[in-house]
Design a binder for this molecule. Structure first.
Ligand code: NZQ
Ligand code: ZN
Length: 385
């Protein structure tokens, strides 16, 4: 097992009767900014709940945060927060609202000039406004990690940063509110969480059986519960299982002491930049290509995954690896998530644009063993034509 340090200070409040704790969790003297997206929280009871349980508190609102949140929109919130002297941010919605809120929290007290540097130049985040969130969409794991992904329209960028200062103080996880999700977002959530596990599990063996088994059990739970939630997002028990699985997939537990490889995400982000494709769908496109191109390098874990998750025990190594890839694609497609360029009308020229963006960022060798060269990126995408 590799050396590791584990730290996660996020208080989780999970279930049905949780919003009423907001009042005791946010200090009385705070000026609160409630941040949300296009209005889903007004239809699933979360907005009314916040108003009820924070009645009488000093609170302003900022809405309109987009899916794949932008720097441009976030900076409007930064200006407002400064003007109104806000000192507590409360995000309500999916990963996009929470990620934008993390960036805003870091940008308000940022002293180094343009806060975009936090994303582009990995400028250090020394402090941030305290933040918390109410999660209504199981997918990203952002509710229990210190990561944030923000896009900048004018420069075709979608970049991530991480900083301990933006760990939420607490996260309220509401499976009931997620019951209003459309099927498309449920499917996205299952696949995003699935690929998060894969990026921390399907690398190469380092003799870490506990981490492997936790990862495999999250994958098995997603395979079991995902289709139930997809069929009926209002199935509370299944949604609760999906929600906790998605949180566990990216809260730092399964990556402790093992290698990680986030190159499927890196390439996927570029497909969102150029074509606006939902995050999870980009992962479903890229992952099979990555496995085809790096089949030899990832073979040991691919075979382990095939056996433990899909029960594939017969055939040559190559046949079993191929079967594991096939089963994964079938699973994604059973949730209505397609896996090829043609399914999304992505032209072949996009491959050059993605490679150019990698070049611009000087991402010449990414992945767990620096195996993902520009040539590999190209081949992965060519596999998906
Ligand atoms: O804007 P509103 O009206 O709230 O509608 C949202 C949005 O249109 C809607 N929605 C959310 N909860 C709902 C609901 N609709 C009905 N009922 C509900 N209960 O769903 C739509 C999508 O929301 P969004 O927040 O964009 O989805 P998701 O949670 O999948 O977040 C995606 C973003 O997270 C980033 C992605 O790149 C993408 O930008 N990620 C963040 C990560 C992290 N911080 O750790 C890791 C991930 O790999 C990912 O990159
Ligand atoms: Zn993801």
């Amino acid at each position: 097992m590799n050396d590791f340090e584990f730290y996660n200070p996020v208080r989780i409040l999970f279930g049905k009767e949780q919003l009423e704790k907001l009042d005791e969790l946010i200090p009385r003297n705070k000026k609160i900014m409630l941040l949300y997206g296009g209005g889903s929280i007004k239809r699933n009871g979360v907005y009314d709940g916040v108003k009820k349980y924070l009645a009488g508190r000093d609170i302003i609102e900022f809405s309109g945060i987009e899916p794949n949140p932008t720097y441009e929109k976030s900076m409007e919130a930064v200006e407002l927060a400064k003007k109104e002297k806000v000192d507590f941010l409360l995000a309500a919605g999916g990963g996009s609202v929470i990620d934008a809120t993390k960036f805003i929290a870091a940008a308000v007290p940022y002293k180094g000039g343009d806060p975009w540097d936090i994303l582009e130049k990995e400028a250090e985040v020394e402090e941030a406004l305290p933040l918390a969130d109410i999660l209504t969409l199981p997918a990203t794991g952002t509710e229990m990690n210190m990561n944030s992904v923000v896009s900048r329209k004018s420069t075709n960028d979608k970049l991530a940063f991480k900083a301990p200062a933006v760990f939420p103080q607490f996260s309220v996880l509401l499976p009931e509110a997620a019951g209003s999700l459309p099927q498309r977002q449920v499917a996205n959530g299952v696949v995003d969480a699935f690929v998060h596990v894969i990026e921390q599990y399907l690398t190469y063996p380092v003799n870490a059986p506990l981490q492997d088994r936790i990862a495999e059990s999250i994958l098995l739970t997603l395979i079991e519960e995902g289709p139930k939630v997809y069929a009926d997002p209002a199935d509370y028990d299944a949604m609760a299982n999906l929600m906790w699985s998605a949180t566990m997939a990216l809260n730092g537990v399964i990556k402790a002491g093992v290698p990680e490889d986030w190159s499927v995400h890196g390439i996927g982000h570029e497909l969102t930049v150029f074509h606006g494709i939902d995050h999870a769908r980009t992962l479903a496109i890229v992952l099979p290509g990555m496995w085809h191109v790096l089949k030899e390098e990832k073979k040991e874990k691919l075979l382990q995954y095939g056996e433990k998750v899909w029960n594939i025990t017969e055939g040559s190594d190559d046949e079993r690896a191929e079967k594991a890839i096939e089963k994964t694609v079938e699973f994604f497609e059973s949730l209505g998530i397609k896996t090829r360029f043609s399914d999304y009308n992505i032209p072949a020229e996009t491959i050059d644009r993605v490679v150019k963006n990698f070049e611009k960022r000087e991402w010449f060798e990414t992945g767990d063993r620096k195996l993902v060269t520009l040539d590999v990126v190209r081949k992965v995408l060519e596999d998906r034509l």
